[in-house]
Design a protein around this ligand. Sequence first.
Ligand code: 5RP
Length: 296
Amino acid sequence: MADKDGNKIAKNYQTDVDFARKGGFYVKGMEDVDWGMKTRLAKIFSPVSGNTVMLAFDHGYFMGSTAGLERLDIAMPPLIPYVDVLMATRGALRTCIPPEFNKGIALRCSAGSSMMDEDLSHEVIAVNIEDAIRMNASCMAIQTFIGAPGEKSSIDNLCKTIDAGNRYGIPTLGVVAVGKNMERTPGFFKLATRMLAEFGAQIIKTYYCDDFEEITAACPVPIVVAGGKKVAEKEALTMAYLSMQGGARGLDMGRNIFQSDSPVGMAKAIGAIVHNQATVDEAYEIYVTEKNQPNK
Ligand code: 5RP
């Protein structure tokens, strides 16, 4: 049993040194996965920039209809050309998203509580592997609740999904949850992201925080950053910019895109930061220009 107290503090992150294993495949830590899994990862992470813009609109799985997502069939299709991956439930995808868009799919595969619950941390695997294959999922997203009452069962959900995904070549996206009573410190995110990667998740979704470059350096797989609650557009773009500067390989953003006064403008602006190294001011200009288009 490891001693909980008196451990030496980890500090040698060598954030100025690139990931050591670099060779045949461009997605971090994915040199040795199978060809099928590589093709799915290549649908998520652009082979040109190595990065990804994921549009998260899976909120309905515990929030019901959310502002901006009242009509998925109307709100989502105009945004899809500007993103790489759609993060959604199978119900939303099957009913509201034309398959011809042919984007990467981050299929929401865990669920189990609603907004009405005090504690959201008790989830189950809500999509079996056969249906994930049928949906042509590029990855399966599983929420994990490190430090919460549902920690153990969420780790079980994650590990079972990783095992199933490894059998069929589908990556698993481990999502670091934050809740009312859960920390949002660099220490917490460092712990949670590393745990999920060591369990075998091929991609990690977490939040931006101080010392972010240490978190990405210590995580042997790509990290994508969650958007969080709606904030002013410039603030959201600044967070996106700092995340990419800190070593993230993309954004997985929802409300700061679809609740903006110009969802297309925000999708384009985030894309410029993620794929074209735009500055915050350049990206903001893209958003403003789109917002000021006639009939927008
Ligand atoms: C919840 C999720 C959601 O997909 C995501 O956080 C929603 O996006 P946003 O916070 O940007 O609205 O993974 O954990």
